[in-house]
Design a protein around this ligand. Structure first.
Ligand SMILES: C[S@@+](CC[C@H](N)C(=O)[O-])C[C@H]1O[C@@H](n2cnc3c(N)ncnc32)[C@H](O)[C@@H]1O
Length: 217
């Protein structure tokens, strides 16, 4: 994590109305509410690089049916892990906050939430190399139950490429995901894209230990 940005300071942008983050958060929450509405019974959610977990935890705090949801948040920064645990105490869902490397397949071994019905890959793909974007997307079927929904974002390009969203869409398609929707914001200077994809393939075992990504930005 050395050399990457200060993700505690980054979280403060959620309170900045001039930042794109509140817009993105509102959209992620909207998708999560719709997913929970559409899925009766038990729902398993996994969030990679979860930060303080305010997307799924914010949704669960607003719902009377949160007890049927189990969640694993994977986050590496201890302060954010603590914040997520504290927020999790206020929701009826079964929430586990795992302080571990979300980019390592081993982190997910033995989790009751894997394979998951809903996977959050938000705030990840814009912070890793192009090769890691490809490897990470290719690995996502291993976290997904058949019929799972995965939410991804790409807010910027580390390499400065103009179109950094098309390669992500192609990678999800190659990995067996169907695109449900791609949302962006009609706001100047906001290049955030939020994608929702669905995995209808057969379950894929986690397999041997692999590294999928390392943050470089
Ligand atoms: C851009 S933020 C996104 C946080 C959250 N998903 C959101 O959208 O609010 C990226 C987060 O990933 C965490 N992170 C970076 N590398 C990680 C890793 N290898 N494993 C787990 N968390 C990581 C950072 O500490 C930070 O909280």
């Amino acid at each position: 994590m050395s050399g990457v940005r200060d993700y505690l300071a980054w979280h403060e942008l959620y309170d900045d109305p001039g930042s794109s983050l509140p817009r993105r958060l509102a959209l992620v929450r909207e998708v999560l509410h719709a997913e929970l509405d559409a899925r009766p019974g038990a729902v398993r959610v996994v969030s990679l690089c979860a930060g303080d977990g305010r997307d799924i935890l914010g949704v669960l705090a607003e719902r009377g049916d949160a007890a049927r949801v189990s969640v694993t948040l994977v986050e590496v920064l201890p302060e954010l892990v603590e914040r997520a645990r504290s927020a999790a105490a206020d929701v009826a869902a079964d929430v586990e906050v795992v302080a571990a490397d979300a980019g390592c397949s081993e982190t997910y071994v033995g989790l009751a939430t894997v394979p998951a019905d809903v996977v959050l890959l938000v705030g990840v793909l814009g912070n890793v190399s192009d090769a890691d974007v490809t490897a990470t997307v290719a690995a996502m079927p291993r976290l997904c139950a058949s019929g799972a929904t995965l939410v991804w974002s790409r807010g910027r390009s580390l390499e400065g490429a103009d179109d950094f969203v098309t390669p992500v869409r192609k990678a999800f398609s190659a990995a067996g995901f169907a695109e449900v929707c791609l949302r962006s914001f009609d706001v100047e200077d906001d290049r955030t894209a939020l994608g929702v994809v669905r995995f209808d393939g057969p379950p894929v075992p986690l397999g041997p230990r692999e590294m999928w990504f390392t943050f470089v930005g």
